[in-house]
Design a protein around this ligand. Structure first.
Ligand code: NAG
Ligand code: NAG
Ligand code: NAG
Ligand code: NAG
Ligand code: NAG
Ligand code: NAG
Ligand code: NAG
Ligand code: NAG
Ligand code: NAG
Ligand code: NAG
Ligand code: NAG
Ligand code: NAG
Length: 408
């Protein structure tokens, strides 16, 4: 099968496969009332904020009722800007750069108003906050709609945004939204890659052989120029898809891109490969850190159609380690996230907080690993006890013989 690398002529229906009930559609008009920016997208937000003495979190989706006030069509001099305003003072905006026949997303800015008691009940320091991150979209040729149905997670400070079912066109010509799609890299691999393997497995009665042990990925996050999080680990997902009740093992590519956020009290690591986005959220509590939350978004092909599996558990407590140390576990661990997903981990070495000069600190090893050390310790202890017994026996023996002399 052959597919041109970027440009894809859309089928009869523009942007098929979008969950239109959830997706938000926006058209920005120019002075002549012609569409100049077109966007369709779904966004799930998770925001952590300060409540009454505790950190709270809130999740919501980009609502359907929003205004595009403040958007700019853009021309040769000014950059196009898509601004989506919702609620009392919240907005999501993306400006575009363009040159030499292409356009691309530049800076994505999310502004939120914690005074809004609907989204941020009980917020303490109410204020308008802003997070800005680079690039939501890859470069696409002008006069095409950039589409990305796969989920893409963007984590920054207190905010995690998951974008999916995205279609974007800036600098729309003549007010006519293009019928040509530029498909993002993630979508190309999900529709092309697993199709053959999974359809083969559903047709053949024998199960596919299990994938090999995943190779260890070395993931790094930086805060400016300083390394602030290190994670070396091999990851394998064991998924149980309820509808067909089959378990599937998926290895996370060790070349996954790592992004995220480092804070004093919490840190987020986002790993993305072609099929999977997985988010690890670490927090600090009582001078220990641990893995508190895992979110995953996985594209699976079941009976020939791609489905998106969304998995989330925010009350985990794995890899508990004293702050200032790193966590290490060579043995395979099976971390249950939900009934649908278990993460099998291999050769974990991780430190999300308090790195000194960008390297791992002293490691606290998992109890599984301790087995190998435990045996010599037990043998050693037994020997020590034996020696003590011998010494005591000797002393008692000497005393007895001493006493014996005295009675003489
Ligand atoms: C712009 O066009 C839409 C239909 O495409 C129309 O409903 C609307 O009234 C027009 N607005 C102006 C200001 O001309
Ligand atoms: C987004 O949130 C909705 C409802 O909360 C959920 O059904 C959906 O699976 C989520 N999707 C992603 C990609 O996070
Ligand atoms: C904050 O919590 C304290 C004790 O936990 C309580 O006395 C106080 O009323 C709370 N304040 C608000 C505004 O809920
Ligand atoms: C998010 O909120 C839920 C319910 O309020 C809580 O159980 C969970 O621990 C919170 N997660 C984080 C990372 O704070
Ligand atoms: C958009 O902004 C203009 C002035 O800047 C204002 O009059 C109008 O009410 C705003 N529209 C919305 C939907 O907020
Ligand atoms: C933008 O530049 C192109 C050529 O580079 C030109 O044809 C077009 O008229 C310019 N548009 C504006 C609004 O200046
Ligand atoms: C933030 O929300 C509060 C309460 O809804 C509102 O009074 C205030 O005007 C909002 N701030 C901005 C900048 O919109
Ligand atoms: C997009 O906005 C950011 C900040 O708001 C600015 O730094 C950047 O230069 C803008 N990009 C373009 C292409 O104008
Ligand atoms: C826009 O209109 C011009 C002139 O009518 C035409 O040459 C051009 O092909 C049109 N572009 C698109 C994308 O329809
Ligand atoms: C990853 O880090 C380990 C040490 O933890 C090292 O042995 C290995 O060579 C590194 N792998 C790569 C690809 O850099
Ligand atoms: C995957 O999960 C299933 C069901 O929970 C279990 O029976 C199986 O042993 C697991 N396999 C691996 C390799 O983790
Ligand atoms: C990771 O990328 C490197 C270089 O880009 C390549 O040599 C290697 O084969 C890749 N590994 C995997 C598992 O894709």
């Amino acid at each position: 099968m052959h597919r041109p690398p970027v440009l894809h002529v859309a089928a009869l229906l523009l942007l098929t496969g979008f969950s239109l009930t959830e997706a938000v559609e926006i058209k920005v008009h120019d002075n002549n009332n012609k569409t100049c920016i077109y966007a369709i997208l779904s966004v799930n937000f998770t925001v952590v904020y300060e409540g009454n003495g505790t950190m709270e979190n809130t999740t919501f989706t980009l609502p359907n009722s929003l205004s595009s006030n403040g958007s700019v069509c853009g021309d040769n001099k000014s950059a196009p800007l898509l601004k989506m305003n919702f609620g009392p003072g919240h907005s999501l905006s993306l400006n575009f750069s363009h040159s030499a026949g292409i356009f691309r997303g530049d800076v994505l800015t999310f502004t939120y108003n914690t005074s809004d008691t609907n989204l941020f009940p009980g917020a303490k320091n109410t204020s308008v906050k802003q997070v800005a991150v680079d690039s939501l979209m890859e470069a696409a040729p002008l006069n095409t709609v950039y589409t990305c149905r796969s989920a893409k997670a963007i984590a920054s400070k207190e905010v995690i945004m998951v974008f999916y079912d995205v279609g974007l066109q800036a600098l729309v010509e003549n007010g006519t939204i293009s019928k040509n799609e530029s498909i993002c890299k993630a979508d190309m691999s999900t529709t092309m890659g697993p199709l053959t393997t999974w359809t083969a497995s559903t047709m053949a009665p024998t199960k596919p052989p299990p994938p090999p042990i995943p190779s260890v990925g070395n993931y790094t996050l930086k805060n400016g120029s300083e390394t602030c999080l290190l994670a070396n680990m091999g990851l394998q997902l064991n998924l149980t898809y309820v509808e067909d009740n089959q378990t599937r093992l998926i290895n996370i590519d060790s070349n996954s891109t790592a992004s995220g956020y480092c804070g004093d009290q919490d840190a987020t690591l986002v790993l993305e490969d072609m099929k999977t986005t997985i988010i690890f959220h670490f927090i600090v509590e009582q001078s220990k850190f641990f893995l508190k939350e895992v979110k995953a978004n996985i594209s699976l092909v079941v009976n020939g159609s791609t489905i998106s599996l969304y998995i989330n558990n925010s009350s985990l407590k794995y890899w508990q380690t004293s702050i200032g140390s790193s966590y290490m576990c060579h043995k395979e661990q099976r971390l249950r996230v939900t009934d649908q997903m278990v993460i099998n981990t291999f050769n974990v070495w991780i430190q999300p907080f308090e790195l000194k000069s960008g390297t791992f600190s002293r490691a606290e090893e998992c109890s599984l690993d301790d087995d190998s050390i435990l045996i010599p310790i037990i043998v050693g202890a037994a020997l020590a006890v034996l020696i003590v017994i011998v010494v005591i026996a000797y002393v008692i023996g000497r005393r007895k013989s001493y006493a014996g002399y005295q009675t003489l």
